[in-house]
Design a binder for this molecule. Structure first.
Ligand code: 26Q
Length: 844
């Protein structure tokens, strides 16, 4: 040991700990160390994936002290915690995001270089957890990021699907689905917590009994018991100590249940039981609307919701809480109706398991839950056949009946003799086969209901939730969706991030309204030139990716006109195709036509059973095959379908768009969030008055937004007058020609039947009003082309789009939820020095 005199004489040299130190050399050493001790590899035989894992563990190590300090902080009984219940969390890759939020991205990059590697290549290795279908799942992920960044105590509860959303390949122009094996090389971001497992019951029957105190009670005798094991992933906030937990549940068989007690001697039966149990978390349903009558789906929902509520009750009791005050400890948000069974489950836990009185339990339940609605489409409202529901969850059906009985008793008094009201408000749909209406359960069991954009919330009040709105005029509110600028700008658009930060500083990353300061620079031609250079570089990167993935060479000087989202008829990808064919026809008629070159880029998955959506993909690829090869077109049009649109790919897409297609039928898209990501990254929007488009247009200014199409009212009027799509076709020569081009087999090697179902539907019914909006869309696209010719003007509009998108940060959304719904406050986390603490432990 050196003498104390000696230490005092030397300048202090901070020796960095290998697991927490943030210096470049320490990071480099830690990567080498993890390669050896975790992957069990040395450089000569290590794969790129080994290095990715070594780096991921290096970054994870640096999260852990924050994570543990956060969990400790939330153990304080007076801390109120948000529990975000969602059947989907579409997180996307973690490595880059964590490095950014930790503030070590550049040092990590350098350490990787000094290890003889390339960070881009390592980031590319990460398999993204695709545990969601689209907007709803991605929103949950953005909200987790904002909750942590705002230092709001939160836990995300969901399902650890073994197979997430399928990978998409395009074969012969059609979608093919490939199983998503995201866990095959291990997941460095999760930690299993088997010690916190819980049991979940299914099926069987209920019986009544009288307890020792003489109370009449109900006991559920299940036919099946499944064990839920939590897997935790830290969600770090931006430059704060808060690392909240995403707790996803995996289903397993409880060994003791079958192997010992029940199935003695029946080894194969027990093994089968294990397989059956694990099914609950095997695979994500790849539909973004309900599939009728799939018992396993209801089982998944109940499984994770029961795990979550049991977990919360355990935490509450373990930290000295009292169940009468459960709602003061947890604010539970229902992400759509998928977790709505939680209302009945909390009642069951409070009444049956913890012996609270019904009235008290109901009061606690209503104060605990709030419900977010994400759709107006009547076919997308979740309902479960009563028989199926009662078979799987016999006790919950009784509880639903009891909630309904009490609720309808009250309605009967309130609206005397109004049978319509009763049947419309009832938890049970009795118009034909009987169903449990999950939205009604969510509405009745919650103290707040919210829509996800201003128009959507208004329409909720006027349509699907009209009776509830009359009943509780204060209960429905709006919280417009938002997106996290950390992933959707800082991580995915480093060039623009750098330009903006050099110009206005970096406060905008956590106060997005600061982007307003860019407005002044829209008039600065040097700034505009830099802005254009950034867009150009981003387009080159996407062009390279398109070449790699599709073999199609696109020109980065052409306008990148992009539509990426799930494939749905209401989103109208085929309206975009009608525009492409119209331009193609014009070119064929006039080979010298002067028009700015466009590259049309599509991306998105179709639900595997959604025939029409799959046909739309085939139409896009077929039109592309013809147009891209036609020498007459001379590179003025290119059509690309980018396969396997997911979070990772999308991070290359948003920054490189010139034009964002948000063209859903008015009244159908609840909000949209891709629309926000595009505009934030400086794309102009061509869009309808739908969802959040309306608010985006208000924010960026009508002069910087390309509006077309019928409004909700216009659609309703047309509907009432009697909409005849065929008339629109007959009276519009360009539309007629476009349709005829498809009909003739021009895009299908002469096969006139291939696209017949699509054309028939458009001409006979056209439920999404493509033909009614066609002319308006074409004229609007004409103006877009004209505007694009003036690069300076276009750049000005692009800058103003970014500058005025401050409202659409998910930080703003989360602040609104915190204030108007959850009543929660930020709780900053103090870092403790665990390295020192551990040293003390070692001595002991
Ligand atoms: C339900 C029951 C059974 C099987 C599947 C489902 C299911 C799964 C996913 C139903 C719906 C979804 C997803 C819906 C969704 O993503 N909605 C979108 O939510 C976004 C976030 O609020 C909005 O921006 C979009 O407008 C909305 O379409």
């Amino acid at each position: 040991m050196t003498s104390s005199k000696n230490i005092d004489a030397q300048p202090t040299v901070q020796i960095e700990d290998d697991r927490t130190g943030l210096g470049i050399e320490t990071l480099r050493r830690a990567i080498a160390d993890n390669l050896f001790y975790i992957q069990g590899k040395f450089p000569e035989i290590a794969t790129l994936n080994d290095y990715y894992m070594a780096l991921a563990y290096t970054v994870r190590d640096r999260l852990l002290q924050r994570w543990i300090a956060t969990v400790q902080t939330y153990m304080q009984p007076d801390v109120k915690v948000v529990a975000y219940l969602s059947a989907e969390f579409l997180e996307g890759p973690h490595l880059g995001n964590n490095a950014i939020n930790l503030g070590i991205y550049d040092r990590v990059k350098q350490a990787v270089i000094e290890s003889g590697l390339d960070l881009e290549a390592l980031l590319e290795q990460e398999e993204e957890p695709g545990l969601g279908n689209g907007g709803l799942g991605r929103l949950a992920a953005c909200y987790m990021d904002s909750l942590a960044t705002l230092e709001i105590p939160a836990i995300g509860y969901g399902i650890r699907y073994e197979f997430g959303i399928f990978d998409q390949e395009i074969r012969d122009g059609w979608q093919a689905e490939i199983t998503d094996k995201w866990l095959q090389f291990g997941n460095p971001w999760e930690i299993p917590r088997p010690e916190s497992s819980v049991l979940v019951n299914f099926a069987g029957y209920t019986e009544t009994y009288t307890d020792e105190a003489g109370h009449y009670r109900v006991r559920w005798v299940p036919h099946q018991v499944v064990k839920g094991i939590p897997y935790d992933t830290p969600i770090l906030g931006y430059r704060v100590n808060t690392a909240n937990t995403l707790r996803l549940w995996k289903a397993e068989a409880p060994e003791s249940f079958d192997f010992n007690a029940f199935n003695v001697g029946n080894y194969y039966g027990a093994v089968n039981q294990k397989v059956v149990s694990e099914n609950f978390t095997k695979v994500l349903y790849p539909n973004d609307e309900p599939v009728q009558g799939k018992q396993l789906r209801l089982g998944q929902q109940y499984f994770f919701v029961s795990c979550a509520l049991q977990d919360m009750i355990r935490i509450h009791l373990a930290t000295g809480g009292d169940l009468e005050r459960f709602h003061e400890r947890f604010a539970v948000q229902l992400n759509d109706t998928h977790p709505a069974i939680g209302v009945a489950e909390l009642m069951r836990l409070l009444v049956d398991e913890h012996h609270l009185d019904w009235e008290l339990a109901w009061d606690v339940t209503q104060k605990t839950f709030a419900y977010t609605n994400h759709t107006l489409l009547p076919e997308a409202l979740e309902k479960w056949p009563l028989s199926l529901f009662g078979r799987l969850l016999p006790r919950h059906l009784e509880i639903v009946y009891e909630i309904n009985r009490r609720f309808l008793d009250w309605i009967r008094v309130k609206y005397i003799n109004d049978m319509g009201k009763l049947s419309r408000l009832s938890l049970i749909d009795e118009s034909g086969e009987r169903y449990v209406r999950m939205a009604h359960l969510a509405c009745i069991g919650s103290h707040r209901i919210n829509g996800v954009a201003a128009l959507h919330s208004e329409l909720l009040e006027q349509t699907v939730l009209q009776d509830f709105h009359e009943l509780w005029p204060e209960k429905i509110i709006n919280v417009t969706n938002g997106v996290t600028p950390r992933r959707w700008m800082v991580l995915s658009n480093p060039r623009l991030t750098d330009l903006i930060t050099r110009t206005i500083g970096d406060r905008w990353i956590v106060h997005l309204e600061d982007l307003k300061k860019l407005e002044a620079f829209a008039a600065d031609s040097a700034f505009r030139a830099e802005w254009r250079q950034v867009k150009q570089a981003n387009k080159q990167a996407l062009a390279q990716r398109i070449l790699d993935r599709t073999g199609i060479a696109v020109n980065p000087d052409s306008m990148f006109d992009i539509q990426v989202k799930r494939i749905h008829e209401y989103k109208r990808q085929h309206l975009n195709v009608l525009h492409i064919i119209t331009l193609y026809n014009r070119l064929k008629h006039n080979l010298d036509l002067d028009m700015p070159a466009r590259t049309f880029i599509f991306g998105g998955k179709a639900a595997p059973g959604y025939f029409m959506a799959k046909l739309v993909i085939k139409l896009i690829t077929s039109v592309g095959d013809v147009v891209n090869r036609d020498p007459d077109v001379r590179d003025r049009l290119k059509v690309v379908f980018l396969p396997d649109y997911n979070v990772k790919n999308s991070q290359l897409v948003y920054p490189s768009a010139d034009l964002s297609e948000q063209i859903s039928t008015a009244g159908k898209e609840a909000s949209g969030t891709g629309n926000m990501k595009f505009s934030l990254n400086g794309a102009l929007t061509i869009g309808t008055l739908d969802g959040a488009n309306i608010e985006i247009r208000e924010s960026v200014g009508a002069e910087n937004f390309c509006l077309f199409g019928l409004s909700v009212e216009g659609i309703a009027q047309l509907q009432d007058r009697g909409y005849c799509p065929r008339h629109y076709c007959d009276r519009n020569p360009e539309l007629k020609e476009a349709v005829a081009r498809i009909e003739s087999g021009y895009f299908s090697h002469g096969d006139r039947d291939l696209f017949r179902p699509l054309l028939d539907k458009l001409l006979d019914r056209d439920p999404y009003f493509l033909l009614a909006d066609y002319q308006s869309y074409i004229e609007c696209q004409e103006q877009v082309s004209q505007a694009y010719r003036d690069a300076e003007h276009w750049t000005r509009m692009s800058i103003l789009n970014t500058a005025r998108m401050g409202k659409f940060s998910s930080d703003r959304s989360i602040r609104e939820y915190a204030e108007k719904i959850w009543q929660v406050q930020p709780v900053p986390v103090q870092l403790q020095n665990y390295v020192q603490a551990n040293a003390v432990l070692n001595v002991r």
